[in-house]
Design a protein around this ligand. Sequence first.
Ligand code: ADP
Ligand code: MG
Length: 248
Amino acid sequence: MAPAEIRLVAERVPLQSAHEVIVRLEKVTRVYRQDSVAVNALGGIDLEIRRGDFAVLVGPSGSGKTTLLNMIGGLDSPTSGRIWVAGTEIGRMSKAELSDVRLRKIGFVFQEFNLIPVLSALENVEFVMLLQGTSEMVRRARSMTLLKELGLEGLEHRRPAQLSGGQQQRVAVARAIAAEPTIVLPDEPTANLDSKAGAALMDLMRRLNEEKGVTFVFSTHDPMVVERARRVIRLRDGRIESDERKLG
Ligand code: ADP
Ligand code: MG
């Protein structure tokens, strides 16, 4: 076999072990307390996210989508129940271990973008890789390529305030995927994009899923996103109503 073929085979191996569970939730609840009022945001979630999933959380506003994404990504702790990421229970990790998992394995895309206002688009995309110690040359090259693929060529040196909402969203997605995390968690990624930009974004993420095996769990209201997902998890009042994988 030629060296190039050997490399291709090796790269396919992770995709073949597609049933590996990368995040597991068991009886997870989350109660928010505000003054004397308790809100049951999650009411007992059992869920497994498998490597290679391209899944969407769908449900009305207030059904617990954002809370659930925060649980999957280790940004918030359950009121009761247990969560494992890559085989280790989050509750047993030290703060340092948990933040290392978040940095290396998880890419967040927040609804409000959360870009760093004093950095340019390019610097925002490079930021996670900078924390990971990726060399400047690799950082720059990957960021420029991603920004171009997301239709932001020529805007690399603008700050977030000089970009539209949709452009900021695309920078946030580029930042989340630049460091090649195991799992990416975009919260309503197309909410601020027109339908063409939203479809282009979904296509890009689907390509990363198929070619690099990056796992995605989205939340959305957008039927276009639901249509393109391969697994649809419906939430209602903090509970999973249905969880279906599409065939093919
Ligand atoms: P979704 O993302 O589906 O709109 P959320 O996960 O944001 O839903 O919210 C689920 C429920 O928890 C809602 O009733 C919401 O009002 C409540 N909630 C979310 N975050 C907080 C918070 N920080 N404090 C109090 N209640 C909250
Ligand atoms: Mg939300």
